[in-house]
Ligand binder design. Structure first.
Ligand SMILES: [Zn+2]
Length: 255
């Protein structure tokens, strides 16, 4: 419950009521808050999204246009993050260098993303999975076509319903799609507070990032780091709890 309290305070500071922000009867919002919610209690002077799900490009660009953004070329890619997040990423990179390590992005979309990119990533999982499950007889052609005809954000609750029946949409079809890609309009990359590191398997790299406010917060998304802007010892005060997966540590909302 502590997580909700911290979140409520964050929102109050922006004159947004918790009720306006979060509809607990909305299965998508509930799930997104549980899985990706750590971002909403981030500190360090960053701006958090005032919505759990952005519904279109206008909502995303409206939010992004009010951010203070830094742009840097890292590992050959132009990346954009909120100022504080970039500052602490550059600190991490410097510290890694002093230890003969490097921290580099996995690709061009490792930091800032726009709405369309989240839609395309979503479709890259949903479309092959619909085909697979239709062929496997778990889904009728009519059901698959119906999902294809929906707007991206309308597809999300339908996919969640199928996953409850064991029809999974992650890349390897073995788990929920939320551990593979974020539903459209929900990626932490839209908030410019996420970075996908190529060296995520290196424990020292993870320690250096954590020392500088960057933590893994999405269980199963191993290369994905979120800027929370505090030391690890403060994370439980933000209503986050520690879970382990694949011998790595994740900080998720304690709900
Ligand atoms: Zn990521």
């Amino acid at each position: 419950m502590k997580f909700y309290k911290v979140l409520e305070k964050n929102l109050e500071a922006k004159n947004i009521s918790f009720k306006e922000f979060y509809d607990s009867a909305d299965v998508v919002e509930k799930r997104i808050l549980e899985e990706y919610g750590a971002l909403f209690v981030a500190r360090g002077g960053v701006t958090i999204p005032t919505k759990i799900v952005f519904k279109n490009e206008d909502e995303v660009s409206g939010f992004q246009s009010n951010l203070q953004i830094s742009k840097e070329n890292i590992g050959g890619f132009d990346l954009e993050l909120q100022n504080a997040a970039m500052k602490d990423l550059l600190k991490s990179i410097k510290e890694a260098g002093e230890n003969n390590l490097s921290i580099t992005p996995r690709g061009a979309d490792s930091a800032r993303r726009d709405y369309a990119q989240t839609v395309n990533l979503w479709a890259s999982r949903v479309n092959p999975a619909l085909e697979h499950w239709s062929k496997a007889g778990k889904l009728s052609k009519k059901e698959a076509d119906k999902i294809r005809s929906l707007l991206p954000f309308e597809q999300v609750p339908e996919i969640f319903k199928l996953e409850e029946k064991g029809v999974f949409f992650s890349k390897d079809l073995s788990k929920s799609i939320v551990y593979s890609v974020a539903p459209p309009g929900t990626s932490q990359h839209l908030a410019l507070l996420a970075f996908d590191a190529a060296e995520y398997k290196n424990e020292r790299v993870r320690e250096i990032l954590a020392k500088n406010g960057w933590f893994q917060t999405v269980v199963s998304d191993l290369p994905h780091f979120t800027y929370l802007g505090v030391k690890e010892s403060k994370l439980s005060d933000l209503g986050l709890k520690k879970v382990e997966n694949c011998e790595q540590v994740f900080w998720i909302p304690n709900i």
